[in-house]
Design a binder for this molecule. Sequence first.
Ligand code: PMP
Length: 285
Amino acid sequence: MSLKVYIDGEYYDKENAKVSVYDHGLLYGDGVFEGIRAYGGTVWRFDEHINRLYESAQAIALAIPLSRDEFKAVILRTLEINGLQDAYIRPVVTRGVGYLGLDPARVFNPSVIVIADQISLFPEEHYEQGLHLVTVSTVRNHPMALSPRVKSCNYLNNILAKVEAKNAGALEALMLNVDGQVSECTGENIFIVRDGALFTPPLSAGILEGVTRGVVFEIAAEKGVPCTETSLFRHDLYNADECFMCGTAVEICPVSKLDGRAIGTGLPGPVTKAFRARFQEMTRE
Ligand code: PMP
């Protein structure tokens, strides 16, 4: 049976789930989205993701035509109709169908899409051995241009970084901001461990405020591991004891090499492993 996709109040088979070529989400990347997961039938950090979706929409002056509760009900219904317990959920809200000009004031009905499917980014071996990152020359969006806090349908900044990483033989990119500080990866936030403490770039480094990043803060508090948001440079990552990325799709993924330098022992370290184990326990609870 084919997956059913929600578009503006109706469900369509995956292969017939289509939008207009006049949709400004397609024409201009004018829209916002989320990436959410369900574990065992429960939507993980539901409110945090919904709130970020509405904040992204507010930031681009896009009025979502559903209340937060209505949106959550659509997501739950989409899981139910597809009989999914474990899923990756992709809500998208676009400016809607309009004309061939930029002005959003001339586009009247935002479109709401909800896809519930599966996602797998990195093969399992990278969780055991650690993933290799390369620093790319594509600078993370300047917050004074398109704020990285907006999860917008225009992900070209991150896609260009991904292309660079792949060309350099790595699966994932480390992106710096315009001041040369570490920001994040193309779809993950980044942490290092040094002398038993965690460090991660602050929002002011120009990053998405990751939901998983927030969960890492919670695990750190629970375990009594100090965790500081501070500017980081590549030097800090090269000389860290451990490094990991985190995000909805990858969960907590160890990083063992950056730009050809082994980080710590060059294998996933004990703090990363403990945080990953705790994260899995929490999502499966
Ligand atoms: N940074 C970027 C650029 C992302 O796209 C994502 C994925 N949403 C993340 C970080 C991680 O955020 P989260 O933990 O909310 O998935």
